[in-house]
Design a protein around this ligand. Structure first.
Ligand SMILES: N[C@@H](CCC(=O)N[C@@H](CS)C(=O)NCC(=O)O)C(=O)O
Length: 218
């Protein structure tokens, strides 16, 4: 398998399937394309049908779109371990992933992912505040539904690491980079995600990248 990704520091969509593969210790090659390169279309042309990353190449199969890639990895290599076992929880996990995939445009455009940013708060407009409020609501509902029998907070949104955590990892990174104020249970979830060995590997590589994209340096 080869995963074509963008800059680790900035490419939020690339982070999702990369984290899933890395967390589940699946072997894969990666190829990086600098999203600020002048010849980006020429670099993407051989791999990316829609001129976007991430793209997964597996034998003769090309899968584009981060969520579709996660679904494929889950079915083909993980024996469905990346979705909750319970059908109701699985439906819920898919719903929050779909909401993440299609929504939160204010947050995405105003607070771009920038993993190595020195954490500091910024002013957020009403649209961003609304997105933040809704994301916190989703996380708190998932975490309280999945607390264990001793009422200890779940480490992940659905108990075990799932595609939902991978889909929200870039938001965790943003909330940290822009020091979004969050309640204690959300802080605990974020700390757990930020310390995941797979994310730490991504972050280390992001910090070592030399390219910068001015538009993402808010
Ligand atoms: N819905 C797509 C979005 C992919 C996307 O927008 N990728 C960005 C990088 S994070 C990209 O390739 N941008 C390059 C461009 O638009 O020229 C997914 O989930 O994979």
């Amino acid at each position: 398998m080869k995963l074509v990704i963008g800059n680790k520091n900035y490419s939020s969509w690339s982070l999702r399937p990369w984290l899933l593969l890395q967390h589940f210790q699946q072997p894969f090659e990666e190829q990086q394309i600098h999203l600020g390169a002048a010849d980006i279309r020429a670099q993407m042309a051989p791999f990316c049908p829609n001129y976007k990353v991430p793209v997964l190449l597996d034998g003769s199969l090309t899968v584009w779109d981060s969520l579709a890639i996660c679904e494929y990895i889950n079915e083909q290599y993980l024996d469905s371990a990346a979705w909750p076992e319970d059908i109701g929880q699985r439906a819920r996990a898919r719903a929050v992933c779909a909401e993440m995939h299609a929504g939160f445009s204010h947050l995405r455009s105003s607070l771009p992912m920038n993993c190595r940013r020195i954490p500091a708060a910024v002013e957020c407009c009403d649209g961003v505040q609304t997105d933040i409020k809704r994301i916190i609501e989703i996380w708190q509902q998932c975490l309280s539904l999945n607390a264990d029998s001793r009422r200890e907070q779940a480490h992940f949104l659905f108990g075990q690491f799932s595609i939902a955590d991978a889909m929200f990892m870039p938001v965790v990174s943003r909330f940290y980079s822009y020091q979004v104020s969050v309640p204690a249970d959300v802080r605990q979830y974020m700390d757990h995600m930020l310390n995941l060995p797979a994310y730490q590997l991504w972050l280390k590589a992001a910090v070592n990248e030399s390219e910068t994209i001015a538009a993402a340096e808010v």
